[in-house]
Design a protein around this ligand. Structure first.
Ligand code: PMT
Length: 407
């Protein structure tokens, strides 16, 4: 399954380093070409000789020990890799990556590489739950670094909890799944499909200087649009108010209110194969929109609001061949509300995010999403960059559209 894949295995210094031997061996048995970098601390847990014998190549530990004078080793390895897998990834190497520190062979190579990076964190449960580690992992996830989350169980320190490195067999499967995903992306499964995506918030005017809106930055919608284009689709964005910049080269229509957004979507409805409603739309608007500034008067003021058009619900009723993907921004009872919206709005998929969760929802570069269809939960994804969430959503849409559920 991994034939010809070049995997750079980074081993940092934790007790789980002993599992790196089995991991290296299984990667090689799966057909991968493996090169190994160890940190100084890793060599206290497992010898270079072990990994040299298993990888059938030199093991790199010292930035200044240049084995081949024709190249600079950390740049050469950084460029060589199809994937950099750091297993185990200690709190220390995670912190170095998050801050961009490059003071040894592994951290320097990690900074130099353009290859995708996957981490298999391993540490004491309290370290794993430390705010600094949580922040560093969130920062890396936002940069697109993939995580093979640690499992729960008895840790070497005697505690029971989350922090145990994913087992080598399972890590090999995760790595294989990553390369399979890459192959699917390269196959451009959305080629010839037209995708319309909404992003950002709507703005409902009260008077010329005041309005009702929400915190949507547009990042989730932009990530969806980008992922759809990566998978080969023709994409059109309908953009409300945003703080982020839309992906370069994707045509868009700028809108303000929910009604504007609805009109813009209708203009693209007939040719759309997939419509994704990632925008946060105001549910109510002022009954009257005044064209003169409201003057301050009295201690209290009431504003009469009326419902906006429910765009998704209305599109759900019009649906013919379109594949409709809705979002649900929730603060509690995620599944219940998600399933209610999916059914009521006649969506094919519904992406629910708990907007109170750390690193999820409005404004962040990451999200934690659960994907539902009419049968219930399809997938619950861990904290990932909005780009990675978007890629998974659009891959799934492609699979469902072509009916190829084996993908
Ligand atoms: O933009 P970011 O800062 O990256 O944040 C991303 C996000 C949190 C905005 C996004 O992930 C998200 O959850 N978007 C949907 C927000 C929302 O409006 O949720 P809702 O549960 O209120 O609405 C459910 C669905 O109906 C949504 O697809 C919404 O677009 C749609 N809707 C809602 C009201 C309305 N009048 N018309 C609609 O079409």
């Amino acid at each position: 399954m991994l034939t010809g894949k070049k995997i750079l295995l980074g081993v940092s210094g934790g007790i789980a380093a002993f599992k790196a031997a089995s991991l290296c061996s299984k990667l090689v048995q799966s057909g991968a070409e493996v090169r190994v970098i160890m940190t100084e601390s890793a060599t206290r847990f497992i010898t270079e000789l072990t990994l040299q014998a298993l990888s059938k190549g030199p093991v790199y530990t010292d930035t200044f020990d240049e084995k081949n004078p024709a190249v600079i080793a950390h740049i050469d390895l950084a460029d060589w890799a199809d994937l950099v897998l750091v297993a185990p990834a200690t709190a220390n190497i995670i912190a170095k990556m998050a801050t961009g520190l490059a003071d040894d062979m592994l951290s320097t190579t990690l900074l130099a590489t353009q290859a995708p990076i996957m981490l298999a964190p391993a540490m004491n449960v309290h370290m794993y739950q430390h705010p600094a580690v949580i922040r560093n992992l969130a920062e890396l996830a936002a940069r697109g670094v993939m995580m093979a989350e640690p499992g729960e169980g008895l840790l070497a320190c005697g505690y029971v909890g989350k922090g145990r490195m994913e087992e080598p067999e399972s890590l090999v499967r995760i790595v294989q799944a990553y390369f399979e995903r890459q192959e699917r992306v390269n196959a451009k499964p959305l080629k010839g499909r037209s995708v319309v995506v909404t992003a950002g918030s709507t703005v409902e005017r009260i008077d010329p200087v005041r309005y009702i809106t929400n915190d949507s930055s547009g990042k989730m919608g932009f990530a969806i649009a980008h992922a759809a284009r990566e998978l080969g689709a023709e994409v059109h964005l309908v953009i409300g108010s945003t703080q982020a910049s839309p992906p370069v080269g994707i045509p868009f229509t700028k809108v303000e209110s929910a009604q504007d957004m609805y009109n813009a979507l209708l203009a693209h409805w007939d040719e759309a194969d997939i419509v994704v409603k990632a925008a946060a739309v105001a549910d109510y608007r002022p009954k009257e929109q005044l064209n003169r500034k409201i003057k301050k008067s009295g201690e209290e003021m009431s504003l009469e609001l009326v419902k906006t058009v429910d765009i998704l619900e209305s599109l759900g009723k019009r649906k013919t061949s379109q594949f409709l993907i809705g979002f649900a921004a929730e603060t509690h009872d995620l599944e219940k509300y998600a399933m209610d919206k999916l059914t009521r709005k006649n969506c094919d998929l519904l992406i629910a995010n708990d907007v109170t969760a750390e690193g999820a929802g409005f404004g962040t570069d990451t999200n934690v999403i659960s994907i539902f269809d009419s049968q219930g939960l399809v997938e619950a994804l861990p904290l990932m960059s909005k780009e990675a969430c978007a890629r998974r959503i659009m891959e799934l849409a492609g699979e469902r559209l072509t009916g190829d559920l084996s993908l």
